[in-house]
Design a protein around this ligand. Structure first.
Ligand SMILES: NC(=O)c1ccc[n+]([C@@H]2O[C@H](COP(=O)([O-])OP(=O)(O)OC[C@H]3O[C@@H](n4cnc5c(N)ncnc54)[C@H](O)[C@@H]3O)[C@@H](O)[C@H]2O)c1
Length: 254
């Protein structure tokens, strides 16, 4: 799919990989809607990159219906969806205070998995009756974000790994189901990326994480994630697959 002039939705666009993706898509001439719970930040970033800021909680059905509708009114139906909204709190299944509260587990599933599905179902519904963009019938591309924790969950990542593993499982399923509508579904599983989440950790923790990466021995740049999104959008043969973006790291138990 060409990017220029195409309407795109990026969730979690107020920070990290979502922000980098929104900026790069805007630079490439896409009409970008930035969706995030953090209203102040998306307004600022949208102003800087010429996008449209829409406050949205991905876990909420009405909030997402509103966001897709507001974006559509300004930019036309979105052909691109990049699902970057996510949270990563750590908690053990059985911690010092006993069993992990069920609400903690549910919250991570709600944001990471249900939030991804919420955006996916509404974007696909809107785009399926739009005209195809080429002779092969392509109508849209969805890029979801998992994590290497989907494959090697560390201690304390029960909820996070479960949510990301489900996004991996959803990839081929959704690609098959949405193929008849000409919508491709891809997932990126990042390793250690230098976003505010990781940059908030002490220097020695960052260095230790970076040293576990075989090559290159550094944290990833959110722009490297955004460049992979760009490639996925433009390479039509990529569909129903999960790509690790991780410098060959295989996470240790802790
Ligand atoms: N940084 C890493 O090393 C890393 C590695 C693997 C996977 N990931 C995944 O990549 C994605 C992006 O992570 P990041 O590092 O850029 O994080 P980040 O914290 O920098 O950005 C996440 C954004 O999601 C938004 N968000 C959270 N809950 C939301 C909700 N309910 N509705 C709408 N927006 C919401 C936040 O406000 C924030 O702007 C996440 O799914 C994360 O799990 C990150």
């Amino acid at each position: 799919m060409k990017i220029e002039g195409i309407a795109a939705l990026v969730t979690g666009a107020a920070s990290g990989m979502g922000e980098a993706t929104a900026r790069i898509l805007a630079e490439r001439g896409a009409k970008v809607s930035l969706l995030d719970v953090d209203d102040d930040k998306i307004r600022k970033i949208a102003e800087e990159c010429g996008g449209l800021a829409i406050q949205c909680d991905v876990t909420d059905a009405d909030s997402m219906v509103n966001a897709v509708s507001v974006a559509g009114e300004s930019h036309g139906v979105a052909r691109i969806l990049v699902n970057c909204a996510g949270i990563a709190p750590a908690k053990r299944i059985v911690g010092r205070d006993g069993a992990m509260p069920l609400e903690d587990f549910k919250r991570v599933i709600d944001v990471n998995l249900i939030g991804t599905f919420n955006a996916m179902r509404l974007m696909a519904t809107a785009v399926r009756n739009e005209p195809a963009l080429d002779e092969f019938g392509e109508r849209g591309v969805i890029v979801n974000v998992a994590s290497v924790s989907a494959f090697e969950g560390q201690i304390g990542q029960a909820a996070y790994s479960s949510s990301k593993g489900a996004i991996v499982a959803l990839t081929i399923q959704a690609a098959r189901e949405l193929a008849s509508a000409g919508i491709r579904v891809m997932t990126i599983a990042p390793g250690m990326i230098a976003t505010p989440l990781l940059l908030g950790m002490p220097d020695e923790v960052q260095q230790s994480l970076a040293s576990q990466v075989p090559f290159p021995k550094r944290l990833g740049d959110p722009k490297e994630f955004a460049r992979l999104v760009e490639h996925i959008l433009e390479n039509q043969l990529l569909n129903g697959e999960v790509i690790r973006l991780d410098g060959a790291i295989r996470m240790q138990p802790r």
